[in-house]
Design a protein around this ligand. Structure first.
Ligand code: FO1
Length: 319
C-alpha cells in the first residue's frame, strides 16, 4: 500500500508519526513544504523538512516541536555578541550541523532532493521525504511597515518568529513559484498513491504552498486513490501554529467548513474526496464526505487513531 501525505512542519510531522503507526509496513511518501526555507548567516535552512526528519527520526525537541532535543545555543549567543543579525532566529548548535551539511551540498550543486535523501540516511525517518520542489520557492509576507506605514515584504520566518504573525499581512507571495516544478518523485508518487492525505498543516502557507507548485494540484486531482484532508481548525481556532492568522489574508473563513470549502470537492474542480473535522465541530462541504472524528493529536494513540480514521475515509484498510 502506498500513502502520500502533503505536509508542513510540526502538525504534519506529528500526523506522519500517526500514519506510520496506523499502517505499519505501508510505503509512505511525504511531500513537504519548502516555502518556509530561508538563508540565514549564509546557511540554507529548511524548517519543515527538518521538523519532519527530526520528528520521525526521534531527534526532535518534542516540547518546541522544532529543532533538536538536548539543544544548546552557544553559536547563536556568539553571533549575537557580534551583533550578527538576525538574532531573532533560533539557531541551535546541533541543528547547525544539518544546515552546514545541507549548504555545502547545495553549493556543490546537488539538488535539494538529493541533499534531503542524504540527510535522511542518518535519521531513517521511515518515510520517503520529498521536497515539494528542487527550485527555491520562498513565502514572503506583505505587511505595513510600522515605521513608514508603507507596504513591505518580509520573509515568512521573520513574520512568524520575530513578529509572531502579529503584523497584519495583506498578502503572501511565494517568490519563485512560477519557475518551480514538482520535485523528483512527487508526481509519480501521487499517481500511484492508494491514498493522498493533507496533514493538518497550515492550509495557506504549508499545504497551500505545496499545491501552488505548478503541476502538483493537477497531480493530486488525478491521483488514483482517494484524497482525504484533516482540518487544522477546531471550533474556529488553530490547533497549533497560526493558521487562523493566515486564512483571513486569503479570504478564507477560520473554520473547518471554511477550509474544507477552500480545498473544494474533487468532483467539482477541487481536491477533496473526504474531509475530517473535529467531533462536535460540524461542517458542510458540498460534494465531500465529511466525517467528524477526534482531531487532537495529544498522544501517540490519539494520533494513530486520527491517521486510521483518515485512511478509513480513503477506503484503505489498516490492521
Ligand atoms: N520557530 C520559532 O517560533 N522560533 C524559532 O526561533 C525557530 C527556529 C527554528 C529553527 C530551525 C527550524 O527548523 C525551525 C525553527 N522554528 C522556529 C520553527 C519554524 O519557524 C516553523 O516550524 C515553520 O517554519 C512553520 O511551519
Amino acid at each position: 500500500m502506498h500513502i502520500v501525505v502533503l505536509a508542513g512542519g510540526v502538525g504534519g510531522a506529528r500526523f506522519l508519526r500517526g500514519v506510520l503507526a496506523a499502517a505499519p509496513g505501508a510505503e509512505v511518501t511525504a511531500v513537504v513544504n519548502t516555502g518556509d526555507d530561508v538563508t540565514l548567516h549564509g546557511l540554507r535552512i529548511c524548517p519543515d523538512l527538518d521538523t519532519v526528519m527530526y520528528t520521525l527520526g526521534d531527534g526532535i525537541d518534542d516540547e518546541r516541536g522544532w529543532g533538536r532535543r538536548g539543544e544548546s545555543w552557544t553559536v547563536k549567543d556568539e553571533l549575537a555578541a557580534y551583533g550578527a543579525e538576525p538574532t531573532w532566529f533560533g539557531l541551535g548548535d546541533r541543528d547547525l550541523a544539518t544546515h552546514l551539511v545541507r549548504t555545502r551540498m547545495l553549493d556543490a550543486g546537488y539538488p535539494l532532493s538529493d541533499v534531503t535523501a542524504a540527510l535522511a540516511q542518518r535519521w531513517q525517518p521511515g518515510v520517503r521525504l520529498l521536497p515539494m520542489s528542487d527550485q527555491r520557492v520562498e513565502t514572503h509576507v506583505v505587511v505595513t511597515d510600522p515605521d513608514t506605514g508603507r507596504p513591505r515584504a518580509i520573509h515568512f520566518q521573520e513574520w512568524w518568529i520575530r513578529h509572531r504573525a502579529a503584523l497584519d499581512a495583506s498578502s503572501f507571495v511565494q517568490v519563485g513559484v512560477d519557475d518551480a516544478r514538482p520535485g523528483p518523485g512527487v508526481v509519480e508518487a501521487l499517481s500511484t498513491a492508494d491514498a493522498v492525505l493533507f496533514a493538518p498543516s497550515n492550509p495557506v502557507v504549508s499545504i497551500g504552498t505545496v499545491l501552488g507548485v505548478p503541476g502538483i494540484r493537477d497531480a493530486v486531482r488525478a491521483a488514483s486513490g482517494r484524497v482525504v484532508g484533516i482540518s487544522p481548525i477546531v471550533d474556529g481556532a488553530a490547533l497549533r501554529g497560526m493558521a487562523d492568522r493566515c486564512l483571513p489574508v486569503v479570504g478564507v473563513e477560520v473554520s473547518a467548513e471554511g477550509v474544507g470549502r477552500h480545498y473544494g470537492a474533487r468532483s467539482a474542480d477541487g481536491l477533496l474526496d473526504a474531509w475530517l473535522v473535529h467531533t462536535d465541530d460540524p461542517a458542510t462541504v458540498p460534494g465531500v464526505d465529511v466525517r467528524a472524528v477526534p482531531l487532537l493529536m495529544g498522544s501517540p494513540e490519539a494520533t494513530r487513531a486520527l491517521a486510521r480514521a483518515a485512511l478509513d475515509a480513503a477506503g484503505v484498510a489498516t490492521p
